[in-house]
Design a protein. Structure first.
Length: 717
């Protein structure tokens, strides 16, 4: 620890201010020191030593999605994983990996556990930054890469806009209202963005459970169709104030308030054709949740002597969730009623600072710190009632604290006009401590040294080559460390086990190698190919065992894994090739991923059910002098088998989504947008197969998928 502070103290006097053409605008959240936010996205990406894809507000809002994850699925290398819970969208994945392998940040700060991107309206976002390889400035908990979501900033020009939207899908209506208000007065600029929304979703899940004896004879055949109805109401506010200080400094206050109410109902009516029913073939589950998030940051930028700068950020976030769950089951035996009242309070504080200064010819050195403290408390009150039985009462509480500290130093070095380097070193340490009723206490400490190297060679003409070497990690989540069981209501089996944490879990550590070739034929046009390799140690795998008559899954470290990826990307406005060409912009990207887990026998021993490949093909047509534009995107994700252990296989079916939009402008101040999503609906299919010497068990679930239409009126006051 003392060594880390000593190294940073040596680096501080050497650090330097960013070159004038690379300076970060006042109040902006820097990606890396050399990024210029005002540059065009293609030009910014071309000259930045660290490979980053910056997607602006206009592109995010182009197709009128209400969910940020829906807008991000069109971007290169991003795929969407399985739905996490009722009313929550799937996980964002880079290299086909989620579950802690992909770092998600909001204004440069990692989001807390349980944060859902579906709870964030794209209207509140300024831009999204995708970094395939880690940098010293941001957390190294990014084995697959990182996605930084930057909230909307202030503007000195007056802005008064509104958007009213209505949509429907499978007979469920939805609506939203959004306003943007911004202005400036002298040195003060301010903005307020807000959105009010209601969404509804109705789904059908067709589930079959089959069991076979060791000789292959069928022993169980059950059909359990499930009907689900989910409604969500949200209110979001994003106020911001910014003061321009003397000597080009600034002080900015940014906040985000999100209030959300979710209600879902599920009903299952099971039919047994062979082998009898489960314990509760007729069951219903009702779930309601109220959640609130308040996030507030204070950002201070000061210009110092000799061109140096100091960038300091202080922040706090508060997250509260309370939920009620009611399960009612009936069958041949006694019926059951289970009530669960649960709540989570999560409070976090963070502080970071970066000191920059130019040193010598072509060097921009930076050093800084990043510290955080998070306290999470959770309670769970369960009441189980059965006729003729004494009530089962269960009260569980736990509290967990996570402390982290990171120190980093980074050098942006322009070796020559055609060759630049970014060298960095980050030391990151954290401690997780928790106490839970009925479970062993947890006290886990770990630290990681993360050297990073990025290199950019600009070849003759419009070609360039990139190379990056990184050291990254994946830390266990709190729930994975607490040895407390989470039980399945009905049908516990190897394909639907209970889960329990493991206090002895260690973080996964990885070395990464990334390479890319890019070609820029004209303004806004780009062709790129990239490849990557990750070698991961202490991989966390789930161990399945039978305990006291129930199947239980517990995570444990077990060996190493390799991840390989190839990505191709193209963006081509026809006017970049021929000035008289139609105003048609074409774009396409495809990503192919492989992984091998050494501790699991093949075939299909992929890491964390990694998606094998994904692709996007899209176009936008905006003719000059016309008041309308049209466009669309086709997104595809491949599926396949993944072996989770020697006995358990999981299969995820392929998925496709066709989205189209049309936009009309009236008088320059009023716009009408019509969009259709998932116009080629395809059922979401999953399979789980467990087989051992005693026989096999197959669970199949087909989830319905439906078209949705949305109309939006947008205007300026």
């Amino acid at each position: 620890m003392r060594l880390c502070f000593f190294l940073c103290s040596l680096a501080l006097p050497l650090t330097a201010h960013v070159r004038a053409d690379d300076a970060v605008p006042a109040g902006a959240v820097p990606t890396v020191p050399s990024v210029t936010v005002h540059a065009g996205a293609a030009e910014q990406r071309r000259r930045d030593t660290v490979s980053a894809i910056v997607v602006g507000r206009e592109e995010l809002l182009r197709q009128g999605e209400r969910s940020l994850s829906d807008a991000l699925k069109r971007l290169p290398g991003i795929s969407i994983g399985a739905q996490a819970a009722a009313g929550q969208g799937g996980q964002l994945q880079l290299r086909g990996l989620g579950q802690g392998y992909t770092l998600i940040m909001l204004d440069g700060v990692p989001v807390p556990p349980g944060f859902s991107l579906d709870a964030l309206d794209p209207e509140l976002v300024e831009r999204v930054e995708i970094m395939r390889a880690a940098t010293a400035e941001f957390s190294a908990q990014a084995i697959a890469g990182s996605i930084n979501i930057v909230l909307k900033k202030t503007s000195r020009r007056r802005e008064r806009t509104f958007k009213l939207g209505a949509s429907g899908s499978h007979g469920m209506p939805a609506g939203s209202a959004t306003m943007q208000w911004a202005d400036g007065d002298g040195r003060l600029s301010y903005a307020l963005a807000g959105t009010l929304g209601h969404t509804g979703r109705r789904g059908l899940f067709d589930e079959w459970n089959r069991e076979y004896a060791a000789d292959g004879a069928p022993t169980v055949l059950r059909h359990a169709p499930l009907a689900e109805r989910v409604t969500t109401d949200t209110l979001e506010l994003a106020p911001r104030l910014q003061w321009a200080l003397a000597d080009e400094g600034s002080l900015a206050w940014q906040s985000l308030v999100n209030l959300r109410r979710l209600a879902s109902r599920r009903h299952v009516q099971e039919t047994a054709y062979l082998g009898g029913t489960s314990a509760y073939p007729d069951n219903q589950a009702d779930f309601s949740q109220d959640s609130g998030t308040v996030r507030s940051d204070l950002h201070w930028l000061r210009k110092l002597e000799q061109g140096a700068s100091l960038d300091v950020k202080l922040g706090v976030d508060l997250n509260h969730r309370s939920s009620d769950y009611l399960f009612q089951g009936a069958g041949a035996g006694p019926s059951i009623t289970r009530f669960v009242d649960a709540g989570v309070d999560d409070v976090g504080m963070h502080a970071s600072g970066t000191y920059r200064r130019t040193l010598g010819q072509g060097h921009t050195l930076a050093a800084g710190w990043d510290a955080g403290h998070r306290r999470r408390t959770e309670f769970r009150r369960e009441r189980q009632l059965e006729p003729g039985m004494l009530p089962v009462l269960s009260d569980e509480d736990y509290a967990a604290t996570v402390r982290r500290l990171a120190l980093f130093a980074q050098d942006e070095w322009e070796v020559s006009a055609r060759w630049s380097l970014s060298l960095g070193l980050r030391w990151e340490a954290w401690r997780t401590a928790s106490a839970a009723g009925g479970a062993d206490p947890v006290d886990v400490r770990a630290q990681v040294w993360s050297p990073v190297l990025h290199s950019l060679w600009k070849l003759a003409g419009k070609d360039q080559v990139r190379l990056a070497v990184t050291r990254t990690y994946k830390a266990p989540q709190i729930v994975q460390l607490i040895a407390r069981p989470y039980t399945i209501d009905n049908g516990n089996s190897p394909t639907m086990p209970d889960t329990r944490g493991n206090p002895a879990l260690r973080p996964e550590l990885a070395w990464g190698l990334d390479g890319a070739y890019e070609y820029y034929p004209g303004a806004g046009a780009m062709l790129a190919a990239s490849a990557s390799l990750r070698r991961i140690g202490d991989v966390m795998l789930d161990r399945l065992a039978r305990e006291q008559g129930r199947w239980v899954s517990t995570p444990a470290n077990n060996g190493s894994a390799q991840v390989r990826s190839i990505e191709l990307e193209a963006k081509l406005p026809l006017t970049a090739l021929l000035a008289s060409a139609p105003a048609l912009e074409l774009r396409a990207n495809v990503a192919r991923h492989w992984s091998t887990v050494d501790a699991v026998a093949g075939p299909y021993n992929r890491l964390d059910s990694q998606l094998p490949w994904s692709a996007n093909v899209g176009a936008d047509y905006r003719p000059a002098g016309r008041s309308w534009s049209v466009g669309g995107n086709l997104h595809y994700q491949a599926g396949g088998w993944a072996r989770e252990s020697g006995q358990l296989l999981a299969w995820q079916g392929p998925g496709r989504q066709l989205d189209l939009y049309a936009l009309w402008t009236f008088g320059g101040r009023l716009r009408l947008r019509l969009s259709g999503a998932n116009l080629l609906p395809q059922a979401d299919r999953t399979r789980s197969l467990y087989a051992d010497d005693g026989g096999s068990m197959l669970r199949t679930v087909d989830a319905g998928s439906y078209r949705s239409w949305r109309v939006m009126l947008e205007g300026a006051l």
